[in-house]
Design a protein around this ligand. Structure first.
Ligand code: SF4
Ligand code: SF4
Length: 462
């Protein structure tokens, strides 16, 4: 069915320069997970750009198939580093999704429900995120989860949601500031003051990782401040066509970190870091905020990058609690000889790699850990299928991608699979549960792994 409003909005919003910059060379095709899975041109970056251009030029109606292609894209942006013409594909995708979101009524009912809950009711409101954390904690700790499983109540959920329920962490109603306070001095001579971007998902589901990030940073010589008035980064909003919501959150975060007077803004979640580093673009049309947004964007660093480039890298060694004998006694299929080194591998966060352009720093840190063998996973740079809420809204493609990812993860025979983003972490846990059960492979955030192995030169105060 024709949708003239959507057609005219796409003509207005899509960046003509970016559309015409694409010279149809196809260098991006091998980098694109959806093209690799399907072999279909329309499922590739070049194909999607051609569709956008055809709509912008009035040669095609933005029909259901067009919308589907925009929604099938993971938004992983692996096509951008591969592009010799520097086409900003991510921006085009956001512009297309923004228009679709404003002018379509075709979402499935439960997808609409999830979107409303995530974008409007939950993520922008810290108090509700805390409440959700408390509810999750109660669900896991007070026997409700066991009850839900025993009674079969989980069968009422769509399969993907039911599967996610199995791998959710315990959650917490107390975030990093409630746990350890707002300001933390550097150990030894201070190098700089950094503001920790705590993240809403990180601080609700992985509070411990945020606490560990503070300890890692102070050990590396940074004073850490955690501004209390910071908010959700807006990444899920921006990638899902909720641009105005994302801009509003960006303004609030810029204010919070400016007032804290920090030298750097540090993120431990690739998905958050990638939007934070693009706040200058997000607010480029807003003359009141443009300067502050540029100030903010140029200070954003991933935690591994900050430590490797500017910090005193702590020493890392095996923790007391993990000897080869214990691994051998654990019943894991991947034990090996008692004196064999621990094998670790790493799944890149797409946004950390393709937008923040940081892939070497985490590997540098992993290679610095004594007694550990780092094994590079084949296609570690390829999306795991998590992609924000993609694994919930496009479960079929997400599951295909995950299955292939786990073939490569299993081939490493690693004891630990590390990541730098909460979405990837949950997706890889799901992958291990489905495709590597019994292998003993543990999935951890890189910060938690390093923290466990950090040799403290100074007495920790947090
Ligand atoms: S963002 Fe990822 S899935 Fe989308 S076109 Fe680019 S490479 Fe393909
Ligand atoms: S690599 Fe860049 S220029 Fe070439 S087809 Fe892909 S997006 Fe277009």
């Amino acid at each position: 069915m024709a949708n003239p409003q959507l057609a005219s909005q796409l003509k207005i919003r899509l960046d003509e320069d970016q559309l015409t910059n694409c010279m149809r060379c196809g260098f991006c095709l091998p980098a694109c997970p959806t093209f690799r899975e399907t072999g279909v041109e329309a499922e590739s970056p070049r194909g999607r750009i051609a569709l956008m251009k055809a709509v912008a030029d009035g040669l095609m109606e933005p029909d259901e198939a067009f919308e589907e292609q925009m929604n099938h894209c993971l938004g992983c942006r692996a096509c951008e580093p591969a592009c010799p013409a520097d086409v900003k594909y991510g921006r085009l995708l956001e512009q297309a999704r923004d228009a679709i979101e404003d002018h379509t009524r075709r979402h499935r009912l439960w997808v609409k429900g999830v979107r409303r809950l995530v974008f409007k009711e939950l993520f922008p409101k810290q108090s509700r995120m805390r409440l959700a954390g408390k509810a999750l904690h109660a669900y896991r700790v007070f026997g409700l989860q066991r009850l839900a499983r025993r009674t079969g109540a989980l069968k009422l959920l769509p399969r993907q949601l039911a599967d996610m329920e199995r791998i959710l962490p315990a959650g917490s109603g107390r975030g990093v500031v409630e746990r350890i306070g707002e300001r933390h001095p550097a150990k030894g001579e201070k190098i700089a003051t950094v503001g920790l971007f705590r993240g809403c998902l990180m601080d609700t589901l992985f509070t411990e990782t945020n606490v560990h990030t503070v300890e890692l940073l102070t050990e590396a010589g940074f004073e850490v401040v955690i501004p209390k008035t910071q908010n959700c980064c807006g990444a899920l909003h921006a990638h899902s066509g909720e641009a105005e919501g994302a801009r509003d959150l960006a303004r609030r975060n810029i204010r919070a970190f400016k007032e804290a007077g920090v030298d750097f803004i540090v993120s431990n979640a690739g998905g958050c870091g990638a939007i934070l580093v693009e706040y200058d673009h997000l607010l480029h049309e807003d003359s009141d905020d443009r300067e502050d947004a540029a100030w903010f964007a140029e200070r954003v660093k991933d935690v591994s990058e900050l430590i490797v480039r500017y910090g005193r890298v702590p020493s890392f060694g095996p923790p007391e609690s993990e000897s080869g004998e214990e691994r051998a006694a654990s019943g894991s299929e991947r034990t090996g000889a008692a004196d064999a080194p621990l094998r670790i591998t790493y799944q890149d966060s797409c946004h950390l790699r393709n937008v923040m352009r940081s892939s070497e720093a985490p590997r540098t840190l992993m290679r610095r850990v004594e007694g550990v063998e780092f094994v590079e996973m084949f296609e570690a740079d390829r999306c795991c299928g998590s992609a924000g809420i993609y694994n919930l809204t496009q479960p079929e493609m997400a599951n295909r991608i995950l299955e292939h990812k786990m073939e490569h993860a299993n081939a490493t025979q690693a004891h630990y699979l590390l990541t730098s983003n909460p979405g990837c972490l949950l997706q890889m846990k799901l992958g291990v549960e489905r495709h590597a059960a019994g292998s003993g492979m543990r999935v951890l955030h890189i910060v938690d792994f390093l923290h466990e192995r950090m040799k403290r030169d100074y007495q920790s105060t947090v």
